[in-house]
Write a protein that binds this ligand. Structure first.
Ligand code: AMP
Length: 312
């Protein structure tokens, strides 16, 4: 982590939602705020490796946000602007910040979006299919040539409305991310380890279950890893934590250009947990956009110290 002085390796192609969110938590609220799975994941990954973004926004999307992505070095040639409104999500949290309550999901320009990847995007070695319509995830996957690693995420909205397509995506990825409620819902299984094992049977070689403030769990056929959440005392808005986690994880793997080594996967999961711990300190992408590399290295080191134990 000490050599983390700018993006390297990759690039990572990210497809997913770019949104304007309305969010209320017990600690405040934000309206028309930059959000979306691809936004959080791309900005998070950009601290580790170059990023290419594939998404669509509407005529109402502030140009300033596109500039913010570009300032982080994100390649935004795949971010289309279409007539109509940007994807909008409205939700709230009560004191259990692990549980998002959706008030409204307006797909808007995503309803008719058919991504056409620029030629160089098709050769991206690392691909993250962030949360969005699984048919769009598949359409991107069909245009990619021989990636080294494909990871995906999804959520209850798509598991309920397009379960078969979600399973089709899972059959074609190397690494699946999901939060605990989604894993239980997808598998109809209360026990998380059993659910993760079932997801392995759907196709991916590695499954990472996100558990909000309680960290994350990784299962593959021959290994298990449990990562803590960074012990924050002040959380203002958990929105985007899962996407930020995923962006940090895949960005780290791309930076190391490694997909199989268990140690690297574990460090990637810790990198994801560190990135997510910053996102939740403020609304929208505010904290991520003012984050310094040194802060990432510090928390990464702290988690190492915190979880060290010997004598076995
Ligand atoms: P997370 O808190 O990591 O699960 O992600 C929250 C982000 O996901 C918000 O910024 C939303 O804009 C976005 N989002 C919410 N619902 C959906 C959906 N059905 N498809 C894609 N993105 C969504």
């Amino acid at each position: 982590m000490a050599d983390m002085t700018g993006p390297r390796g990759g690039p990572v192609l990210v497809v997913g939602s770019v949104a304007l969110d309305a969010v209320r938590t017990p600690f405040g609220e934000a309206k028309d705020a930059l959000g979306g799975a691809a936004s959080y994941a791309s900005v998070s990954a950009s601290f580790f490796s170059p990023v290419r973004m594939v998404a669509v926004v509407g005529a109402d999307f502030p140009e300033q946000h596109v500039a913010e992505f570009a300032q982080r070095g994100i390649d935004v040639r795949g971010l289309q602007r279409a007539p109509g409104n940007t994807f909008r999500w409205a939700g709230y949290y009560e004191f259990d910040l692990n549980q998002a309550h959706t008030l409204a999901t307006e797909l808007n320009v995503f309803e008719t979006f058919r991504p056409e990847l620029p030629e160089d995007y098709r050769h991206s070695p690392y691909v993250f299919l962030a949360n969005i319509d699984p048919e769009l995830q598949l359409s991107v996957l069909n245009q990619i040539r021989r990636p080294k690693l494909v990871a995906c995420d999804t959520m209850n909205y798509w598991i309920e409305s397009k379960r078969e397509k979600v399973l089709e995506v899972l059959a074609r990825v190397d690494l699946a991310l999901m939060n605990e409620a989604e894993a239980r819902q997808l598998c109809g299984e209360a026990n998380l380890v059993a659910a993760a094992r079932q997801i392995l049977n759907y196709g991916p070689g590695v499954v990472v279950i996100k558990k909000g403030e309680h960290g994350a769990m990784m299962l593959s056929r021959d290994s298990f890893f449990s990562a803590p959440g960074y012990p924050l005392e002040e959380v203002r808005d958990p929105t985007g934590a899962g996407d930020t986690f995923a962006g940090g994880l895949i960005g780290y793997l791309a930076r190391c250009d490694e997909r199989d080594d268990h140690g690297t996967i574990r460090r990637a999961i810790i990198s994801g947990a560190v990135m997510a711990s910053f996102t939740v300190e403020d609304f929208s992408l505010n904290r991520l956009l003012r984050l310094e590399t040194e802060e990432i290295a510090e928390r990464y080191h702290e988690i190492g110290v915190m979880t060290r134990f010997g004598g076995f």
